[in-house]
Design a binder for this molecule. Structure first.
Ligand SMILES: [Zn+2]
Length: 243
């Protein structure tokens, strides 16, 4: 898949990750929960349970049992790493030399609990964030992500980030901007973002939505209790070092 192809125009991708030799990446959507470019590697996925925590598991082999983990990192070629999200924020990382990759599941809980800081701590042991690139995937955007005033206050109280970045409008959180601010503060100098909101992005030239959204589906369920659940309907954001 090249940046100029029609497929990449329809699906979000990261120009930074696209430039890494020997690394494939992708962001799933509602039609392709696993991005098409990563589908051939689906059987290599490690097995993990995401719990909105901060544990990052070092993966050594395809299909590895990781237990509870909201981040994965590997230097092993041929192992697809992904996180599953519906409105939470997926982060996909690669070293610029393509020798190591990582993914993080960073919703509001993970951002408050410090999963990005945990990842930077992990790299402090012999690596350097400046040698990595990071991509912010599709997530609930500041346009739509309305939360309680108490939650906004928790963010303002717990994070040393300007209020206008955390909450650009009343009762709204800007998860991508919070992640971007944290990444910059931790020394990640190369960061891009798909700038896609999972709640309001519509597929180009089609009716319906581009992304699975927990928030949007919850609202639909509230109106119509028979609306199907979204269990298992989260989209993958991931990367692989090609073997
Ligand atoms: Zn939106």
């Amino acid at each position: 898949m090249s940046p100029g192809s029609s497929q990449t125009e329809m699906t979000a991708y990261s120009p930074l990750l696209q430039s890494i030799p020997g690394v494939l990446h992708g962001f799933g959507d509602k039609a392709h929960l696993m991005p098409a470019v990563l589908q051939p590697w689906q059987s290599t996925l490690p097995v993990k349970k995401q719990v909105h925590g901060v544990h990052i598991h070092e993966v050594g082999a395809p299909g590895e049992e990781c237990g509870m983990a909201d981040g994965l990192i590997t230097s092993t070629p041929g192992v697809l790493l992904s996180v599953l999200t519906a409105d939470c924020l997926p982060l996909v990382f690669s070293r610029r030399d393509g020798r190591r990759i990582a993914v993080l599941h960073a919703g509001w809980r993970g951002l408050l609990a410090g999963i990005i800081e945990r990842f930077a701590d992990l790299l402090a042991d012999g690596d350097d964030p400046a040698l990595w690139v990071a991509a912010i995937g599709p997530a609930a955007g500041p346009c739509c992500y309305e939360v309680s005033e108490i939650l906004v206050e928790d963010f303002l109280a717990q994070l040393a980030i300007p209020a206008a970045i955390i909450s650009p409008s009343f009762r709204h959180l800007d998860l991508p901007a919070i992640a971007r601010y944290k990444l910059a503060a931790l020394g990640f100098t190369a960061v891009d973002s798909t700038n896609r909101c999972t709640i309001c992005t519509r597929a180009q030239g089609q009716s319906g939505f581009c992304y699975t959204s927990f928030r949007r589906n919850s609202q639909q369920r509230a109106v119509d209790p028979s609306y199907p659940t979204i269990s298992g309907r989260n989209q993958h954001s991931g990367a692989i070092i090609l073997p």
